[in-house]
Design a protein around this ligand. Structure first.
Ligand SMILES: Nc1ncnc2c1ncn2[C@@H]1O[C@H](COP(=O)(O)OP(=O)(O)OP(=O)(O)O)[C@@H](O)[C@H]1O
Length: 231
């Protein structure tokens, strides 16, 4: 499903003429199968977000290959990346990133609007997903009327609404208390099983890693591991 090979990335930091080069990704390679939950665990500053941004096409790597469903995407321009993203990736963020002036229903519906899907089909899909994530009762509420766990459920539904095969999650439980964290992790596991959805989760939280099929460890721009979960 995703094969990353020899990915390198260096940032220039500081004032022009006095820049410092920081190599953030030092030759990252890994393979992910469809339907896996992968946790990329590492300390703050280890390069996890950079890796996720590059996989998603928000940033270009200096070198290396990213194959998603046998399509090489590392060299895509912005327009190509955006189109590829819409069809292939859903996103979940630590701070949910919901639109405050839109209801739960409208937040989940938005990616379908961007794709030009008609109103009836949108309503049908949103209703189905509200049910899947357990939010039917709050469809007409606004994000600030919901708990953190409910808001994250909205963002999970929004991520899935266009049926992307892969969900990229950046610290999905980072803003939640430990009980809500367990509920969200259980939901991720359930959706992974029911839909054969692939999840790539970056986190510094070892708890998140417990629901993953395999864990990679990011240390100073180097990725190690890929070990299976011990059951
Ligand atoms: N746009 C940028 N320009 C310059 N340096 C950057 C940029 N983005 C990240 N960095 C640097 O790259 C390194 C890795 O950052 P990155 O955000 O990928 O790590 P991380 O593991 O995701 O950390 P966190 O969990 O805190 O988000 C850090 O030293 C950071 O300062």
């Amino acid at each position: 499903m995703i094969t990353v090979d020899a990915l390198h990335h260096t940032f220039s930091i500081g004032k022009k003429g006095h820049e410092k080069k920081v190599e953030v990704l030092k030759g990252i390679s890994f393979h992910i199968e469809r339907g896996e939950i992968i946790a990329i665990v590492g300390k703050s500053g280890s390069g996890k977000s950079t890796l996720l941004q590059i996989i998603a096409g928000f940033m270009k790597p200096d070198s290396g290959s990213i194959l998603v469903n046998n399509t090489e995407i590392a060299g895509y321009n912005e327009k190509q990346s955006a189109a590829f993203r819409l069809d292939n990736f859903g996103f979940i963020f630590q701070n949910f990133q919901l639109l405050p002036a839109q209801t739960v229903f409208e937040n989940i519906e938005l990616p379908l609007k961007l794709k030009g899907v008609n109103r009836d089909l949108r309503a049908q899909k949103v209703t189905e997903l509200l049910n899947k994530v357990g939010l039917t009762e709050v469809a007409d509420h606004y994000p600030n009327e919901l708990s953190g766990g409910q808001q994250q459920r909205v963002s999970i539904a929004r991520a899935m609404i266009t049926n992307p095969p892969i969900i990229l999650a950046d610290e999905p439980t980072g803003s939640l208390d430990s009980q809500t964290e367990q509920e969200i992790l259980a939901l991720i596991r359930k959706l992974n099983k029911e839909e054969n959805l692939t999840f790539v989760i970056i986190t510094h939280d070892e708890e998140v890693a417990t629901i993953s099929d395999r864990q990679f460890r990011m240390t100073d721009g180097v990725l190690v591991g890929g070990m299976s979960r011990v059951i």
